[in-house]
Write a new protein. Structure first.
Length: 239
């Protein structure tokens, strides 16, 4: 339950950090309770989108979805299983970041040792640390150029605004996912080509090659312990 609360507050910190200023404050950096509730409810409605934007979910779900196409079973495993597996793998990969936010931001905030403003700053900082590790430098430079932000103004990586870092991170994740899928497609494509060549040489042209190659691709994938290899590779790609 605490991890779920941490993720929700993480989302709230990232969403609030995009607000340039908020004048409804009490004390030093603390928000009115009604504003806190409003932000909390808003974040709850945006959690799915925030999960996609700030975590490893995008890369995992793209790889697992296209893997089904490579094997030749576009509906198996079902979408529900792919999404559930991607979600739990995301929590597994994001655990160090979540733990850091929990110990350095959430717990001091609950104990009222830090203000709302400081809490949001820490959440944003730790989220940026994760995204910067897995975002290509050339992609960041491209978005900085589009946003017309001079590189000289970025003294440290953490100074990159989220409006630049978020799309750069998502594009990097998609590129990496498609690179992984390309490598996964090759062995299955070879099986399809071999089966098609054998059928043509035997003069059998009425049977679709995919119908014959599918059992061989599934057997190859199972014997190679494919699911474990792919999932472990996805996890290690973030380490």
């Amino acid at each position: 339950m605490r991890k779920v609360l941490t993720i929700i507050l993480l989302s709230g910190g990232l969403a609030f950090s995009q607000i340039p200023s908020l004048e409804v404050k009490v004390g030093e950096g603390n928000l009115v309770d009604s504003i806190r509730l409003l932000i909390f409810l808003t974040v709850l409605s945006l959690v799915p989108s925030i999960l996609i934007m700030f975590t490893s979910f995008t890369r995992i779900v793209v790889v697992l979805s296209l893997l089904r196409q490579a094997i030749g079973t576009p509906q198996v495993p079902p979408n529900q299983i792919v999404i559930a597996l991607s979600l739990f793998l995301t929590f597994f990969i994001m655990k160090p970041t979540i733990d850091k936010i929990n110990s350095e931001a959430l717990e001091p905030y609950i104990k009222k040792e830090i203000s709302d403003k400081e809490f949001f700053k820490r959440v944003e900082l730790y989220a940026k640390e994760f995204m910067l590790k897995h975002t290509r430098k050339e992609t960041i430079e491209a978005f900085l150029s589009v946003a017309k932000i001079p590189k000289k103004s970025i003294k440290e990586p953490k100074d990159i605004p989220l409006r630049v870092l978020i799309p750069a991170f998502m594009v990097s994740e998609l590129k990496t996912a498609f690179e992984i899928v390309f490598l996964l497609y090759i062995p299955f494509l070879i099986v399809d080509l071999v089966v098609a060549s054998i059928l043509i040489s035997m003069g059998i042209i009425m049977i679709p090659p995919q119908l014959i190659s599918l059992p061989f691709k599934i057997m190859l994938f199972v014997l190679a312990n494919g699911w474990e290899l792919i999932i472990l590779s996805l996890v290690r790609s973030y380490q």
